[in-house]
Design a binder for this molecule. Structure first.
Ligand SMILES: O=C(O)c1cc(C(=O)O)c2c(n1)C(=O)C(=O)c1cc(C(=O)O)[nH]c1-2
Length: 267
């Protein structure tokens, strides 16, 4: 369904009408970015089921093991953005994201915290590092994000991180609902979600600053909204792959084998 409420630019004059479009005001552009939250993966049935207590241990484990691939690729994605960024003050701020995930003195980092989440749901560190559970669809979606950032300008790469606008809600919802629904999950596993609440809010402040500074024409604003939609597609597609595998019992090659024959990455 076409959602005109959440796409204010859709109703404005465009090149096709022969009338030059004026950019949205900063407030309206911010509102248009925020309206993309309607399509955030928190609304995907897989996440809705997890939050409602309807997920089986296998479905929770599948999500944790597959999301690990996102976790390990995020610092490489941020390193790619840094490599394309000629602005030292930006690099000085952005590099914090690598440290958040990889860790530094006094903080073991987000990847370590995700490994603890894995152990809390019954997945060994080895199982996560081996990527044996990572579904091809999840791998392709995450790789599409990293490859986009490798090729994009650093400003467009920064805009693609803006789904984080909506992530604190996702982390808070897990903290609010999982302990009561899934008493079998060890509480020591929830550190990642708590850690990200603060970090994501700081990250999006920077990301929004960039978006508002560079998107000063209607075309650039539309491009930013398109980039944000691309990133929403990445997150949604990851959950579609997990739905097939863990909710519908149709993992890749299910019609020929019950072995996980899919590749674990080509280097
Ligand atoms: O659990 C979530 O729902 C969720 C979503 C996202 C996101 O929106 O991309 C991120 C995270 N978590 C996250 O923990 C994280 O570190 C992160 C970094 C980024 C990014 O695009 O740079 N997104 C996300």
């Amino acid at each position: 369904m076409l959602n005109t409420r959440t796409d204010p630019c859709a109703t404005r004059a465009g090149p096709e009408t022969g009338v030059a479009r004026s950019p949205l005001s900063a407030d309206d552009f911010r509102a248009a970015l925020m309206a993309k939250g309607d399509y955030y993966h928190i609304h995907h049935p897989y996440q809705v089921d997890m939050a409602a207590g309807r997920a089986t241990p296998e479905q929770i484990r599948g999500w944790v093991a597959n999301r690990f691939y996102y976790q390990v690729m995020i610092p490489q994605k941020d390193a790619a953005l840094l490599a394309n960024c000629h602005d030292a003050p930006t690099r000085r701020r952005w590099i914090q994201r690598l440290l958040d995930h990889d860790g530094h003195a006094g903080d073991d980092g987000g990847i370590e915290a995700w490994l603890a989440l894995g152990e809390a749901v019954g997945l060994s560190r080895e199982a996560l590092w081996s990527q044996e559970h990572v579904l091809p669809g999840v791998r392709f979606a995450v790789d599409a994000y990293v490859n986009f950032v490798r090729r994009a300008s650093w400003e467009e790469a920064a805009i693609s991180s803006l789904t984080e606008l909506f992530a604190p809600q996702a982390h808070q919802s897990r903290l609010d609902t999982w302990p009561q629904h899934y008493p079998w999950i060890d509480a020591s596993g929830y550190g990642y979600f708590r850690k990200r609440l603060k970090e994501a809010r700081r990250d999006v402040e920077h990301g929004l600053e960039v978006a508002l500074a560079v998107c000063d024409t209607a075309e650039r604003q539309q491009r930013a909204l398109g980039i944000l939609q691309f990133k929403l597609d990445v997150l949604w597609s990851m959950l579609d792959a997990m739905t097939l595998a863990y909710q519908l019992g149709r993992p890749p090659y299910h019609s020929v084998t019950d072995r996980r024959v899919y590749h674990r990455g080509l280097s």
